[in-house]
Design a protein around this ligand. Structure first.
Ligand code: ASP
Ligand code: MG
Length: 454
């Protein structure tokens, strides 16, 4: 069994869905289970719909809901003309969605719980369309409601899957469908609490759905199908010479995700979450390409796998002489700046000054004000952390020298190593970051003649 997850751009419209169906048809002997995202942009649209409902503007809300409905109905018509049952299933979802939105509008408030319910409709609609596309292509697609399979806690907005219960349900409800020769199609991103209250796994969470279902079903591999060829040696918009990686380790992929490579949801590459199953990233627009294979082990040559960059960051220095020795002081400071998704990138404790490298996000301003109760605060904004990523780096100090040499005259403010030495970050000014990325890529990938290239 394999789990194939298709992202929003891969299922964006009838043409793309047909392409996906062809890909799946070619893999039927491997007994695929399909996980799909909402069509591109639909989750954002649902987010907007919630906001419009909250604003009370009924006409605008109904207009936007009409647009959403039209887009899905048109896709159905183009894909499966005459499939009245499909249109009826879409309409049933769309009716429910409108009821929810009207409720939000009338109440004038949306709890995380009700937002999750609204946000999940993109996947509920997409799974119907993709299953229909599969049937037309000769692959017997069958929709399975993830809210009955992927059981999560009740952290609405970023619920965490509960593996034991999910595994039990997947074995009971999904595996037999595969045995019977059908192709289950599940909406990613969705789950439900054990009591059946719908949840979402957080934005981009369909990758995580794919991983969790892969583990639950003891899949041979998890394939993440997207609109790029795989993980790359650098962001191709910054470095035109960037190449696709044939393989990477989980740690490397996690470091790259941490540096904002948007290809994979960070949690989905945590081997603990999917039992170390290999994850393969592939391009649904170019299915003949091999993509990037991410595994627990792998060659650590070459030592450097990729150059990544994260910005905007700020270095916050807190003067608190001796206080670090006090029990709970560091924890208090960290709690003060802890915001979802904006956690410190590095913490540099010293006897007098404590430095925190944190995202430069306006929402952190109150946190920085609050820090002043501990002592003088000095902020250096406008920074970027440019990092070379590679597990082999930990054992290759000679590479560190190459990295520093390649930085040439670009001013560096700090060096930051990642866990297990799998990355070496160079803190520089944001406006020099691209130049630094290019310089490192050139030195480490473009003129490394004779080196083993991945
Ligand atoms: N549709 C959801 C989102 O856009 C989940 C996903 O695409 O992974 O965040
Ligand atoms: Mg999406």
């Amino acid at each position: 069994m394999i789990v194939m997850k298709f992202g929003g751009t891969s299922v964006d419209g009838p043409e793309r869905m047909r392409g996906v169906a062809e890909i799946v048809r070619g893999r039927l002997p491997e007994r695929p289970v399909i996980v799909t995202s909402a069509m591109a942009g639909v989750t954002n649209q649902l987010q907007r719909l919630t906001e419009t409902a909250l604003s009370g503007d009924r006409a605008a809300m109904e207009d936007e809901a009409d647009r959403l409905a039209r887009r899905h109905r048109e896709t159905a018509l183009a894909l499966a003309p005459g499939d009245a049952a499909l249109v009826e299933r879409l309409d049933a979802h769309l009716r429910e969605l409108r009821v929810l939105l009207r409720g939000v509008r009338l109440l004038g408030t949306a709890t995380p719980r009700s937002s999750d319910q609204v946000l999940g409709y993109g996947e509920l609609l997409a799974q119907e369309l993709l299953a229909a596309a599969l049937r037309i292509a000769g692959a017997p697609g069958q929709v399975v409601d993830s809210r009955e399979i992927v059981i999560t806690d009740d952290h609405f907005g970023s619920a965490r899957p509960q593996l034991a219960e999910t595994r039990a349900r997947a074995r009971e409800r999904v595996a037999p469908l595969v045995e019977a020769g059908t192709v289950p199609v599940l909406g990613g991103y969705l789950g439900a609490t054990p009591e059946g209250i719908p949840t979402t796994l957080g934005r981009g969470g369909s990758d995580l759905s794919g991983s969790v279902l892969g583990l639950a079903l003891d899949a041979a591999a998890i394939e993440i199908w997207t609109d790029v060829d795989g993980l790359m040696t650098a962001d191709p918009r910054v470095v035109p010479a960037a190449r696709v990686l044939e393989q990477a380790t989980f740690r490397e992929a996690a470091e790259m995700a941490g540096f904002g490579a948007k290809v994979l949801h960070p949690a989905s590459i945590d081997p603990a979450i999917h039992g170390g199953l290999p994850v393969v990233v592939r391009n649904s627009l170019a299915p003949e390409r091999p993509g990037t294979r991410i595994g627990a082990t792998g060659s650590t040559a070459p030592a450097v796998r990729a150059v990544a960059s994260r910005a905007p960051l700020q270095l916050v220095a807190l003067r608190a002489p001796g206080r670090l020795r006090e029990e709970g002081f560091l924890a208090d400071v960290l709690r003060t700046v802890d915001r979802p998704g904006l956690q410190p990138v590095a913490v540099l404790p010293g006897p007098v000054w404590l430095e925190l490298l944190i995202p430069a996000d306006p929402s952190l301003a109150p946190a920085l004000d609050a820090l002043e109760r501990y002592g003088e605060v000095r902020c250096t904004p406008g920074l970027a952390l440019v990092a070379v990523v590679g597990e082999g780096l930990a054992d290759a100090p000679a590479q560190w020298q190459r990295v520093l040499a390649a930085a040439g005259g670009i001013p560096l403010r700090r060096l930051v190593q990642g866990p297990h030495g799998a990355s070496l970050g160079l803190l520089t000014d944001e406006e020099r970051a691209k130049e630094l990325v290019r310089a490192l890529h050139r030195a480490l990938f473009e003129c490394a003649a004779g080196e083993d290239r991945t």
